[in-house]
Design a protein around this ligand. Sequence first.
Ligand SMILES: Cc1cc2nc3c(=O)[nH]c(=O)nc-3n(C[C@H](O)[C@H](O)[C@H](O)COP(=O)(O)OP(=O)(O)OC[C@H]3O[C@@H](n4cnc5c(N)ncnc54)[C@H](O)[C@@H]3O)c2cc1C
Length: 388
Amino acid sequence: MSVEHYDYIICGGGLSGLSLAHRLTDESFADKRILVLDQSSKTTNDRTWSFWAHRSFDRYKNIYRKSWDRLAFYAPDTQVIAAADPYQYHTISGIDFYNHTLKAINTSGHVDFKVASVQDVVDQADQVSVHTDQAIYHADYVFDSIVKSFPEQEKLFVWQHFMGWEVKLTEGSWDDSTATFMDFRVDQGDDTRFVYILPFDKQTALIEATVFSKDLWTEEQYKEMLVDYMDRYVGHAYELMSTELGKIPMTTATFSKGSKRVIPIGTNNATVKPSSGYAFMRIQKECDILAERISQGKIARVTQKRRFIAYDKTLLNVLLTQKESAQRVFSLMFQRNSYGQNLKFLDEETSLWEEVKIFWTLPFWSFLRAFLSENVFSGTKSRTVSNS
Ligand SMILES: Cc1cc2nc3c(=O)[nH]c(=O)nc-3n(C[C@H](O)[C@H](O)[C@H](O)COP(=O)(O)OP(=O)(O)OC[C@H]3O[C@@H](n4cnc5c(N)ncnc54)[C@H](O)[C@@H]3O)c2cc1C
C-alpha cells in the first residue's frame, strides 16, 4: 500500500467535512495540502438541510432552494404565525450542497477529495495515520467527522427521528410564504410528535412526521401520521414525489474523545444542538473557528458554551422524565416570546438577562427541578468548556 502525507486529513465528507474543506479552499490556505476522505462520492440527494440565519449570512445563498421570512407554530390551543425577523429560514438540498462544495474543492488545487472507507485513525504523537480500504495516509492533523457509535445508553439521549414526504398538490395550494416550524396538533402518544412543513412553491412541499423518542419507528407508523395530518389539516389531493428518512441524536453526551492531533467535528464533536437537533449553522460556526485556529497554528477542538450545555441538559431532563410535555413547553415558548428571541436563544447568542426572561415564560418549578438535578446534584462534571 502507498503512503501519502498531508497537512490535514478530513475524515468524512458530509456536512461538517465538506463545510470545513470548503472554508479551507480559501487562498490563504493554499500552502497546505488537504485531503477529504468519504466512503461515498456524494452524488445522491440524501437529505434536506434547513436552518435560520441572519440576513448577512450569504455563504450558500446561490444554492438556497427556498427562503422564508415567516414561520408558523401550531398546538391544539395555540397558533403563532409571525415574521422570523431578524432571521430568515432557508433550505438547501443535500445534492446542491455536495456539488457546490466539491466544485470549489476540485478547482482549488490544494484540497483533494477521495472515495475511500476509513477503517482506523491512529494518533502516533508526531503525526496521524489514517488507514483506509485503498491506502494509508499520514497527516499532521485529522479532523474526524465519522461517528463510531452513538451514546444511546446515556440517560440524556433521545433520537429525533422522522420521515418526510415531498408532495405535490393536484388541487388547491400551499401558502408558500410561511414555513411550519412545529405543528403539535397530532396524537402525542407517550413521547413528542410534531409535523414540520416546508412549502417550496404553491404546489410542492416537504412535510415531515417528526418524533423525539428512544425507540425508532417503522415507515408504516410515520405514514399513518402523515396521511392523517394531510387529511385533517391540508385536505387536498396530492402525489407523493419522494421520501426522506432520518434520525438525529439529541444528547449532551460525548461522542468521541479525540486526541491532540485527532480533532472531532460535526456530530462526532456533539455539534448538533442537543435540545433542537439543528446542526447546520452550528457546524458553519465550528468551521469558522477551526479555520481561524488553523491560520493561527493553534489547532484544538471546538467546544460549546458551558451555560448552554446546562440549559440543554435541563430541557432534555424535562422532556425525558416527562416533567412537562414538549407540546406545553414549546407552546409557552412561542406564545410568550417572539421567533427572533427564541431563535437567538437556540443559537446561544442571548445574554444571561434575555435567558432569564425566556425561562420565566416556561413552567418554572419543573425547569428549576430539572436544572438542579442535572447541573447541581448530578455528581458529574460538564462535558465541555467555553469557545473563548
Ligand atoms: C435526513 C436528515 C435531515 C437533516 N436535516 C437537518 C436540517 O434540516 N437542519 C439541520 O440543522 N440539521 C439537520 N440534520 C442533522 C445534521 O445536520 C446532519 O446529520 C449533518 O449531516 C451532520 O453533519 P456531519 O458532518 O456530522 O455528518 P454527515 O453529514 O452524516 O457526514 C458524515 C460523513 O462520513 C462518511 N462516512 C461514514 N463512515 C465512513 C467511513 N468509515 N469512511 C469514510 N467515510 C465515512 C459518510 O458517508 C458521511 O458523508 C439532518 C440529518 C438527517 C439524517
